[in-house]
Design a protein around this ligand. Structure first.
Ligand code: UD1
Length: 426
C-alpha cells in the first residue's frame, strides 16, 4: 500500500486548480440511468470513487465513453453515458461495499425499469449510516421494498406515483435518490426538508437540462412534476467545495498564500467566515479565491450542520488547523456520530484535543511534530496530511487509498506550491 511522506514546516505559495466535485459527479453519473439517450458530463475528477461508479454502471449495461484532458476550458475528464439498454438491475455487494454512494443507482433504476436490487451498504468508519430514509421515501412513491439476503429489493411494476415527502432529518443522498426517482413518477412530488447542498442543486440543474421539471432548486422544498421520459444533456460538474476548503486550510496552516482556481468562494461561505475569524485572509477572485495567512491563528468554535452550515466534510481539516491556533476551539459534530477518529492521530503529532460526546475541545499548541500516522476515512486522512505540512520533521501517512478516493493528484498539487511531499510506492 502506498504511503505519503511529508517533511513539514514550509509555507505554501502558488496556485492550485480545483476539480469537479466528487459528491456531485457520483449522483450525476447515476442520473444517466434515467434516459435512453446520451448524458455527457464534463469536469469529472479523476478519482477512485468515480471509477467505482463507472464500473457499477457498466455492469448494469450503461455504455460509457471517456474523453481525457482539457476540453471546453475544463481540466477534468468527460464521460458520455448511454443507458439505452439496462441489462441488469442488480448492484452487487462487491461494488457497493467499496463505495456507499452506489446506493444512488436505486432511485433512478427503479423509476426507469420498475425494478432494482441493490446491496445494503454496511456501516462505515464514521458511523452506522443507514439508508432507511431513502427506502421510506421511495415507498411513499409506491415502491414495494423488501430486504432480503443483504439486498434491497425494490419493485414498482406499474411505475411510481408522486407524493409529499417530509424528511425527518436532512439527507443529501436521500434527497438525490428521491429527486431522481420523482422525475419519472406520475404527477407531482414535493420534498420538504430537502438537502440544499450545492451538489444537490447541481444534480437538479442537470435533471432540468434532461427535461425534468423541478422548482425550488437551492431551497429546502423541491417540487417535481414527473415526466414520461427524459432526454440526453450536456452538463458541467460544479467545483469541489471540499477540495477547495482543504487547500484553503493548507495555505492557512502553513502560513502561506495560495490561489485556488476553477472554483467559487461562495460554495464555502461558512468556512470562509470561520477562517477569517481565525485570522486568515480570504479574497474572492474572478476564478476562485486567494487564501493567505501572515499573523497568528486564533481559536474559533465551529459546529457542523447541513448546508449552508459548516460542512462535516471539513471538520477534520478545521481541527488540524485549530490544533496550532492560539487559544482554544470547540468543534461540535452534529451530522455523524463517530467522526473524531483523527483525534488520537493528531494527538500523536502533539495536538491537545479532548473529546466530550459530540464536541472536541482543541487547545492550541505551539507546534506539531511529525509522526507515522494512519486514518480510517477520507477527510480524516487529509487532516493528517495538513497537520504534516505544518509539523516539524517527517510525517508518514499510511492507508493512502482513502486519499485517492477523494483528492486528485494531492501530492502533485501541494508540491507545486513548495510542499516537501512525495508518494512512497510499495
Ligand atoms: C453525503 C456526502 C458525504 C457527507 C454527507 C453529509 C456524498 C457521496 N457523500 O453523504 O461526503 O459527509 O452527505 O454532508 O454526497 N441518515 C439516516 N438515514 C438515511 C440517510 C441518512 O439516518 O436513510 C443519517 C446519516 O446516518 C447521517 C445523516 O443522516 O447521520 C446525514 O447523512 P446524509 O446527508 O444522507 O449523507 P450521505 O448522503 O450518505
Amino acid at each position: 500500500m502506498d504511503q505519503i511522506l511529508i517533511r513539514g514546516g514550509r509555507p505554501l505559495s502558488g496556485t492550485i486548480p480545483i476539480g469537479g466535485a466528487k459528491n456531485a459527479a457520483l449522483p450525476l453519473m447515476a442520473a444517466g440511468l434515467l434516459t435512453a439517450n446520451t448524458l455527457t458530463l464534463h469536469n469529472l475528477p479523476h478519482l477512485a470513487d468515480i471509477s467505482s461508479m463507472a464500473h457499477l454502471l457498466a455492469e448494469l449495461g450503461v455504455e460509457i465513453h471517456m474523453n481525457g484532458g482539457v476540453e471546453n476550458g475544463h481540466t477534468g475528464r468527460a464521460f458520455s453515458l448511454c443507458a439505452a439498454n439496462v441489462a441488469d438491475t442488480t448492484a452487487p455487494y462487491d461494488l457497493v461495499r467499496k463505495m456507499r454512494a452506489s446506493v444512488l443507482v436505486l432511485g433512478p433504476m427503479l423509476a426507469r425499469t420498475g425494478h432494482a436490487r441493490v446491496s445494503l451498504p454496511g456501516g462505515c468508519a464514521i458511523g452506522t449510516r443507514p439508508v432507511d430514509l431513502h427506502l421510506k421515501a421511495l415507498e411513499q412513491l409506491g415502491a414495494e421494498i423488501e430486504l432480503k439476503e443483504g439486498y434491497i429489493e425494490a419493485r414498482a411494476p406499474k411505475g411510481l406515483t408522486g407524493a409529499s415527502i417530509l424528511f425527518p432529518v436532512v439527507t443529501v443522498g436521500g434527497t438525490e435518490n428521491l429527486m431522481m426517482a420523482a422525475t419519472l413518477a406520475r404527477g407531482e412530488t414535493v420534498i420538504a426538508n430537502a438537502a440544499r447542498e450545492p451538489e444537490v442543486s447541481d444534480l437538479a440543474r442537470c435533471l432540468q437540462a434532461m427535461g425534468a421539471e423541478i422548482d425550488g432548486v437551492g431551497t429546502d422544498t423541491l417540487r417535481i412534476q414527473g415526466r414520461e421520459s427524459l432526454h440526453g444533456a450536456d452538463h458541467v460538474v460544479v467545483p469541489d467545495r471540499i477540495e477547495t476548503g482543504t487547500y484553503a486550510v493548507a495555505a492557512a496552516i502553513t502560513g502561506g498564500t495560495v490561489t485556488l482556481t476553477g472554483t467559487r468562494a461562495e460554495l464555502i461561505e461558512t468556512l470562509v467566515n470561520s477562517l477569517q475569524e481565525a485570522g486568515v485572509a480570504v479574497t474572492a477572485t474572478n476564478d476562485g479565491l486567494t487564501v493567505s495567512r501572515t499573523g497568528t491563528l486564533r481559536g474559533v468554535d465551529v459546529m457542523t450542520e447541513p448546508y449552508p452550515g459548516f460542512p462535516t466534510d471539513m471538520q477534520a481539516q478545521m481541527m488540524a488547523l485549530m490544533s496550532v491556533a492560539e487559544g482554544a476551539s470547540m468543534i461540535t459534530e452534529t451530522i455523524f456520530e463517530n467522526r473524531f477518529m483523527h483525534v488520537p492521530e493528531l494527538c500523536r503529532m502533539g495536538a491537545d484535543i479532548n473529546v466530550h460526546g459530540r464536541s472536541a475541545i482543541v487547545r492550541g499548541v505551539g507546534g506539531l511534530s511529525g509522526a507515522p500516522v494512519m486514518a480510517t476515512d477520507l477527510r480524516a486522512s487529509v487532516s493528517l496530511v495538513l497537520a504534516g505540512l505544518a509539523a516539524r520533521g517527517e510525517t508518514l501517512v499510511n492507508r493512502v487509498y482513502h486519499l485517492d478516493r477523494g483528492y486528485e493528484r494531492l501530492e502533485a498539487k501541494l508540491a507545486a506550491c513548495g510542499a516537501d511531499i512525495e508518494r512512497v510506492r510499495q
